[in-house]
Design a protein. Structure first.
Length: 133
């Protein structure tokens, strides 16, 4: 398995690491460099609320998405994924590659992102002046 290289971006500040994302609100855009193995079947993205605490494999509760590469596609057609359902809090992600035989690579370097509440509170209702005698 070749190294998965990706880029982390937070607040438009870029730093190169092995797996990364751009996050705005709860939208996370992830991307990585293509694996060049001919039997590549796809990539799996895992998320955890704790750093370096993951269970790997198809039935894992940490598995949040599987990106399938049709016909061993090693181009950029299957090297990104966006998800907009990330809950508020600090989260950690890793990616793995898997092949057509079911073999799965070790995890990429870990990405971390803190998702904050980007929704303004509702405006006060029935705002009025009250006269006190």
């Amino acid at each position: 398995m070749k190294n998965i290289i990706v880029y982390l971006s937070a607040m438009l500040l870029f730093a190169t690491i092995a797996f990364g994302a751009v996050g705005f609100g709860n939208l996370i855009n992830t991307a990585w460099d293509a694996n060049t193995e001919t039997d590549l079947a796809g990539y799996r993205i895992y998320r955890s609320s704790q750093s370096n605490v993951y269970t790997f494999g198809v039935g894992s509760p940490n598995l949040i998405h599987q990106v399938e590469c049709s016909g061993g596609d090693t181009s950029n057609n299957c090297t990104s994924y966006s998800f907009d359902d990330t809950p508020i809090g600090t989260w950690f992600w890793v990616a793995t590659a898997y092949d057509s035989y079911g073999n799965e690579s070790g995890p990429s370097d870990e990405l971390t992102e803190t998702i904050t509440d980007m929704t303004a509170p509702s405006a006060p209702e029935n705002f009025r002046r009250e006269i006190t005698p």
